[in-house]
Structure formats: C-alpha cells, structure tokens
Design a protein around this ligand. Structure first.
Ligand code: AHR
Length: 510
C-alpha cells in the first residue's frame, strides 16, 4: 500500500480490506488444502473402503459417494497410513492376495482387528480415482531402514529388482508416483518417544534410502517436525539435519490441533457455550503464532525457504461422540468447525511462502472430517462446504491484502481476531477473497478496495448458521454454501459480513 493509497483510504473512512493485485506474495500450493487418512476408527474402513463385494456402490472397493464428494473439492493430496498407526505399520502385511494378509490388533485406535485389506495397492488406487498426489508416511518408530527402503523400491522402481518383481507379481507392473514421503510420524511421541537429536540422526540415516528412482518424479522427503509449540524440537532437529544439500529434506512437519478446553476434557462437538466458541477461535488463531515462530527458526537454517513447512495434522479435536468407541475419535462438525477451517486455510494462504502443504485431520469419520458416513449414507460437513468455497485459491498467487479496522471479539478469558482474510489472483487476473467473521453476534461493515482498479463484477457465497448448527444423516443440508449478496460500487465491493460466517468473493476487475 502506498502512502497515497493509505491517505485515500483514510479519507473514505469505511474501507476495511485493501487489495493490491499487482503485488504478488507467493504461490498457493494446492496442497495447502490437503487431507489425511489413517487406519483409525471408520476413516479407511467404512468411510472410504468398503470392498468390492459391498452393497454400497463402489469402484474397486472405494465408495463412489465419498470419492465424488472429494473430487468436488479438488482434493490435491492424501496422506496415509497414519498418524500413530504409521510407526506400527509394516507394509508387507498389506500386499498380495487378501486372504493371506496378516491380521493384527490396532493397538493405538480402539484395539480392533486390522485385516490389512487396505494396503499399498488400494491406497494408490484410491489416489488414482481421486486424481490427487500421494503422501506416504513411513515407519521409523518400529520399522527398519531396510523395510522403508524396500517400500520405496516396491512403489517406485521401474526395472528388474526384487521389489519391482514382487509388485508385478501382485498385479501392478508399472511403478506408481510417490509425491511425498514422511520419514516417521510424531517421533517425539507415539512414533518412538525420541529426543530431537536422536531422531535427527535417524532422519539422516533413514532418508538416505528413500531413493529417487524416478528422475521425472522426485520424492519430497518430510522430516518429523514439532508438536505445537515445541520450538526446541525444531531447533535441534534442524541443527542435526539441515546441512545436507538439496533433496535431503524438502519439508518439516508441524502438528497442531484446536482443543477448546484441555486434553482431559476437550469439550463437546455440538453442546458448547459462548465461552467454548471463543476458546476455539482463540486457540485456532494460535496457529498463526506457531507458523511465525517455527518459521523464524527455519529461516535461520534455510533463509531461502527451500524447506516447506508441512502442517500435516490440523483441525478440531473434541470429546468423542457419546456411545461411540472412544478409540475411534468420531465427532460431529458444526458452524464452529467451518470457522476453524476458514481461519486456518486463510492463515496457510497468508504464509504460503513457507507453508507448502497442510492436511486436515482426518478426511472421513475421524476428528474434523469433511465427510461423515453411516452405512450407505454420507453427509458433507460444514467443513466440506468451506473447502468447497476455498478450492478456487488452489494454484493461484497470493496478492497483497491489508485489513484495516479489525477488532478483537470474545469474552474476558478468550479473545480472537474478528476477521481473517486471504486474497489470491488466478492466471486471468480474477480475484478471490475469503473472509471469516468469528463474532457470535456482530456483523462487520466491509468494503473491499483495489489499488488502481475498478470492479467489473462480484459474486459471493457464504457458509453460516447458528453456532452449533450441523448436518445429520436425517437433515444433511442444514449448513451448506449459499449465494450471498454483495454490491459492486464505485470504489470496490460493499457488504455486511454476518457473524459466524465464512465468505468467498469472486471479483472481476475492469
Ligand atoms: O489424528 C489422530 C492422531 O493425532 C494421529 O494418529 C497422531 O499423529 C496425532 O497425535
């Protein structure tokens, strides 16, 4: 914003969001809208994979309704098989004839039998149907270097080799593309309870054998990063591994969940009060602090920002729905979750110079899901509808946007910024603005202005409702994306941004 622009804004006195499409701030990787699916509860089994013989309509075992709904939001990348499950997963148990696959107990998640009927071939088939990139999370906690190295060979080597031959014998002659490979998951916790220096050394060793067999499709290697605000982990892991040249580490993960109260009593997904609403907003905004602080550490080692921050687990985590298996982490999803999604996705966009991927936890039936299923029924959650609004940002350029006159909303205990926003431009110069209003009861008088440009047309959509409004199998369309009235005026676009809302505008400039 130039001094003149600012003076003009002050004179008008009403503008809240100033956009300068000429100032590009970074590329918005489609992967910022990525997903995560773990062998946990009813995410993979029932939620995605029902098997070829199911009565539920499927293609090669994958639910048609779920695949279609995910394609609609342009799912860019999918992380699998965990989570904590990844560091207990032995990939060879999940290949070959199904009747011969090992059965095991999923000790982390509900103590149920895992029959390994969904394995590497099924995951790759799912990603083929979805048309999305693949993110495989390897096992460092309880797996060997050989096991990890052979998995990569099995999936990606084209030629004569023991693993490539085994893949062909199992029905897939051609190698697959692995876009991202995680070297362990939460190795500070469920992935082995390691100290950062120790994990850092293991990372150096294990990643060596994540070979890039396919020159045309290099595998991006993801190092296990911190839990929330564990800055010491980030510092020590980077100090141990950052110095090994290109391709040694392409990303460092960060996990952060929005838990309204505390881990013992997280709070209910639908029965909550004003205090919990604002606690949720406040704690969601904490993501911004985490991105800034971990980025500052990363900048010390990697000032050119070659290593992406990979926020491969984020979302709300509430008490499980009553009457469900506590190890299955099933929860409802309301307008509050829509806000959490909108705020986080805006924050990822605004920090796209460093944040290169983010994966909501988890895709179906677990934590902050975009879809819920029950038998042959499926509902799109309010979070799905927010992803549906935000998909227009994928692959765009973030442009300069300055929000003026923002305020804090909340209670004495918990406050959050009322408005968040991000603005992008596509290749044709069309502008996309997404906004959230976290206030429970106050609208915001918004004006958008554009540097040196007038508005030709503007259309908008909104996701809003009562604070705990949600979609059920009986009433699946309580909270959906709806048309929202905005007015193109002489200087930009005017509208009232309702409380509890997520809004997207598509704007053509003259
Ligand atoms: O998403 C649920 C669990 O949360 C994952 O398995 C783990 O990585 C994290 O602690």
């Amino acid at each position: 914003m130039t001094a003149n622009d600012f003076k003009r804004w002050r004179r008008r006195g009403v503008a809240k969001l100033y956009v300068n499409p000429k100032v590009k701030k970074g590329h918005i990787n489609p992967e910022l809208q990525g997903h995560f699916s773990e062998h946990l509860g009813r995410c993979i089994y029932e939620g995605i994979f029902v098997g070829e013989n199911s009565d539920i309509p499927n293609v090669n075992g994958m639910r048609k309704d779920v695949v279609e709904a995910l394609k609609e939001i342009k799912i860019p990348v999918l992380r699998w098989p965990g989570g904590c499950f990844a560091d207990e997963y032995h990939w060879k148990d999940g290949i070959g004839p199904k009747e011969g696959r090992k059965k095991m107990i999923n000790t982390h998640w509900g103590g149920v039998v895992e029959d390994n009927s969904f394995g590497t071939h099924e995951f790759m088939e799912l990603c083929r149907q979805l048309g999305c990139k693949t993110y495989i999370n390897g096992n460092v906690g309880s797996g060997t270097v050989q096991e990890m190295s052979e998995w990569v060979e099995y999936m990606t080597f084209k030629g004569v080799s023991p693993m490539a031959d085994m893949r062909a014998r199992n029905g897939h002659e051609e190698p697959w593309v692995v876009d991202y490979f995680g070297v362990g998951n939460e190795n500070w916790g469920c992935g082995g309870n390691m100290r950062p220096e120790y994990y850092g050394d293991l990372y150096r060793r294990y990643q060596t054998y994540v070979r890039g067999y396919d020159g045309a499709h290099p595998i991006a290697k993801i190092c296990c990063g911190p839990n929330s605000d564990d800055y010491d982990w980030t510092k020590k892991v980077l100090a141990t591994c950052f110095d090994h040249g290109n391709g040694f580490m392409n990303g460092l993960s960060l996990h952060y969940y929005t838990v309204p109260n505390n881990w013992e009593h997280k709070g209910s997904a639908t029965g909550f009060d004003k205090e919990e609403w604002y606690a949720t907003m406040d704690k969601t905004m904490y993501m911004e602090t985490l991105i800034k602080r971990h980025s500052a550490i990363m900048d010390q080692y990697d000032p050119e920002k070659k290593i992406g921050m990979i926020i491969d687990e984020w979302g709300t985590w509430y008490d499980v729905e009553e009457g469900t298996n506590p190890g299955f982490l099933y929860q409802q999803n309301s307008v509050r979750d829509a806000l959490v999604a909108g705020i986080n996705l805006n924050l990822f966009n605004k920090n796209c110079d460093r944040v290169k991927m983010a994966n909501i936890a988890q895709m179906v039936n677990v934590l902050q899901s975009v879809l819920l299923t029950e038998g042959n029924k499926m509902v799109k959650t309010p979070t799905w509808h927010v992803f549906n609004l935000y998909k227009v940002h994928q692959d765009n350029e973030l442009v300069e946007s300055i929000l003026l006159g923002n305020s804090k909303v909340g209670t004495e205990k918990h406050q959050a910024q009322k408005i968040t926003e991000s603005v992008s431009a596509d290749q044709n110069g069309k502008i996309y603005v997404t906004l959230t209003n976290a206030s429970l009861d106050e609208e915001e008088d918004m004006t958008l202005t554009f540097a040196e440009s007038k508005v030709k047309s503007a259309v908008a959509q909104i996701v809003t409702g009562k604070m705990d409004a949600h979609n059920t199998f009986k009433a699946p369309n309580k909270v959906v994306g709806e048309a929202f009235d905005v007015k193109a005026c002489k200087d930009g676009v005017d509208f009232l941004l309702p409380p509890r809302s997520v809004v997207k505008l598509e704007i053509a400039l003259k």
